[in-house]
Design a protein around this ligand. Structure first.
Ligand code: ADP
Ligand code: MG
Length: 613
């Protein structure tokens, strides 16, 4: 009988290993940048073509490699960084597995040029699909340059799974930022398709953060610093008011390596409790220095998930450091493990999530005054009729109301609180406002309570949605064009959604270098909210970047209505309340706000009775 088991050829084994280490161009970027840092470089240039599909090149002025090392480095498990198993517990370098170059060379065409300081000549190795094509002497500067061409040229399945250039390049920028945020002592540059995206010279941490995320972040940063026997933590956190609804500016680094750790994230988030809204996530750039033997970096092949031996201790230290930075140190207990942290966001009571539906009226002009019921198209009218029945004013049912009025303990004295809620002769509803937040009216079946902010969000949402759908939005030109600068990541995103913003009524142009100018905005948004709305749209896009196709119009309408709707706390005149309620009930979905929360509740007489007894 013959034997079946065979050892795989190295090239195949490397290709399989590559699947784990190199998932996309950004993973190769990460490995190459880390190698340059491990090699002690003080200048690193990253050059990308076509989001890394055609070229990823990293040039550094580090130690370089000898002629033999330049070949050896492509072997699997070839590393200069550890020699024995024990070394694994004291790793201070970024790489140590000796897998990256072997993996990259298995799935791309690689050219390596490298020279050590004291060597006269450098060496150039060309390797393709794990096969060395050539090795020659070259004259080259001290350091190493690795050019990776046609990534996945021999793995079509991988190649086909790559996302759009915009998405892949965003991943590359993210990796670049993670590295650049740790090594402020290193000069970095990043070119994409011959365009300079980042140019960072040696600087301090605050400057580095500002150069990556844009000037506006500067005033939002609060310094953090704590040293204990076991750990030292330094860096910055964002001021509470700058917390966004999107992930993106949350960075932990442990011993100079970007890490993800939900437990520590929770520690930071908890320190902000009450200071920021539920859904907001604070920004942070926190650098943890800890004995490497107490962390396990090995639980994930791409090494971003990290376990800490003294997790709870670290949690507590981090929390107190953040609280101290927030200036709350003396106000809140520091190590309160007794409190059960709750992550739930309560849905409103009695609310059952429904898929909001929109019935679109092609003739609806959002800038006309709300239509009267009779002029509503059939779909919406049917809806309105149903609602009308529900909120039919109490007074129109004369018998009952008259009787109950006679029974009332407090006869009509003309003050708003005691005026019966409907004038029986006109059948007209009377509204009053509670706490400047709710509009209350007696209706046939009981008492209707409307959340004024949510109601206005719904009204604005439907107007904007319809206008977007009909591309009929009116524009207002700004007297003074608004210019602003965005971080490279944000400006990339904004360029991507420029055309959609123009159907919305925004006239926005990119001036280059992340600077944008806004000349016109949709007619119905307040001029001074322009920047907030653009930021909101960017945030929303980042949050939903994995499913950009999912009804973008509805999301844009949601973001804008959320920002411009009248807020709780606004005093409303009777006329305004009336108009708001009328407009609300002209909406296709008058009971659910665009964010899925309830807008109104009708307390039935039975419920009121229960409340009182
Ligand atoms: P690891 O970084 O895990 O050791 P790699 O496959 O990334 O494995 O690299 C293999 C070896 O090649 C490294 O240990 C290092 O000695 C050498 N090397 C890689 N890149 C560079 C570089 N830019 N400059 C100097 N040496 C390098
Ligand atoms: Mg490496």
């Amino acid at each position: 009988m013959s034997d079946f088991i065979r050892l795989l050829p190295d090239s195949v084994a490397n290709q399989i290993a590559a699947g784990e280490v190199i998932q996309r161009p950004a993973s190769a970027v990460k490995e190459l940048l880390e190698n340059s840092i491990d090699a002690g470089a003080t200048q690193i240039r990253l050059i990308i073509k076509d989001a890394g599909r055609t070229l990823i090149q990293v040039m550094d002025n580090g130690n370089g490699m000898s002629v033999t090392d330049a070949r050896m480095c492509f072997e699997r498990h070839a590393t200069s960084k550890i020699r024995e198993a024990n070394d694994l517990f004291s790793i201070r370098t970024l790489g140590f597995r000796g897998e990256a170059l072997a993996s990259i060379a298995a799935i791309a065409q690689v050219e390596l040029r490298t020279r050590k300081e004291n060597d006269e000549l450098g060496t150039c190795v060309v390797i393709e699909g794990s096969r060395v094509k050539s090795q020659d002497d070259v004259s080259c500067p001290k350091g190493t340059s690795i050019a990776v061409r046609n990534l996945f040229f021999n793995v079509p399945a991988r190649r086909n799974f790559l996302k759009s250039d915009a998405v892949e390049f965003r991943h590359i920028m993210e990796e670049f930022q993670r590295v650049a945020l740790v090594h402020q002592d290193i000069d970095f540059s990043l070119h994409h398709n011959d365009k300079l995206v980042f140019q960072l010279s040696k600087e301090n941490l605050r400057q580095r953060i500002v150069h990556i995320f844009g000037n506006t972040i500067n005033e939002k940063l609060l310094p953090v610093q704590v040293n204990t026997e076991h750990v030292s933590i330094h860096g910055f956190i964002g001021k509470p008011e700058s917390a966004k609804r999107t992930r993106g500016e949350q960075y932990f680094f442990a011993n100079g390596r970007f890490i993800k750790n939900a437990y520590l994230h929770h520690a930071v988030e908890q320190s902000y409790e009450e200071l920021i809204p539920d859904a907001a996530i604070p920004a942070y750039f926190l650098y943890i220095d800890i004995d490497p033997s107490t962390i396990d970096v090995n639980i994930h092949p791409t090494k971003t998930e990290v376990n800490f031996e003294h997790g709870p201790l670290l949690y507590g230290t981090l929390r107190s450091a953040v609280k101290q930075a927030l200036g709350m140190f003396s106000l809140t207990p520091v190590l309160d493990f007794d409190r059960e942290p709750s992550l739930d966001i309560d849905p409103p009571k009695g609310y059952e999530p429904k898929q909001p539906t929109i019935t679109v009226d092609p003739d609806f002009n959002p800038f006309r005054r709300p239509a009267t019921p009779s002029s509503r198209p059939e779909g919406l009218k049917a809806n309105r009729d149903q609602w009308e029945k529900l909120y039919e004013v109490a007074g129109s049912d004369q018998g009952v109301t008259q009787a109950s009025r006679q029974d009332t303990l407090f006869p009509d004295q003309g003050s708003p609180e005691t005026v019966p809620n409907a004038d029986p002769s006109s059948g007209e509803a009377k509204y009053f406002q509670v706490q400047n937040r709710f509009i209350v009216a007696a209706v046939k079946s009981g008492l209707m309570i409307i959340d004024q902010q949510k109601a206005h969000e719904r009204i604005t949402y439907e107007k904007i949605y319809t206008a977007l759908e009909n591309e009929s939005i009116a524009q207002q030109h700004r007297l003074f064009p608004l210019t602003f600068q965005l971080s490279p990541v944000d400006s990339d995103i904004l360029s991507e959604i420029l055309s959609e913003l123009s159907t919305l009524g925004f006239e926005l142009n990119e001036l280059g270098g992340g600077v944008f100018v806004c000349n016109a905005i949709p007619a119905n948004i307040p001029v001074n909210e322009t920047r907030e709305i653009i930021d909101g749209l960017l945030e929303d896009f980042k949050n939903n970047k994995s499913n950009p196709g999912s009804d973008r119009r509805s999301r844009m309408a949601k973001v804008i209505s959320g920002r411009i709707a009248l807020k709780a706390g606004k005093v409303l005149l009777t006329e305004e309340m009336k108009l708001l309620v009328e407009e609300l009930f002209s909406c296709a979905v008058p009971d659910i706000a665009p964010d899925g929360r309830s807008i109104l509740k009708i307390l039935s007489v039975q419920e009121i009775e229960k409340l009182i007894r």
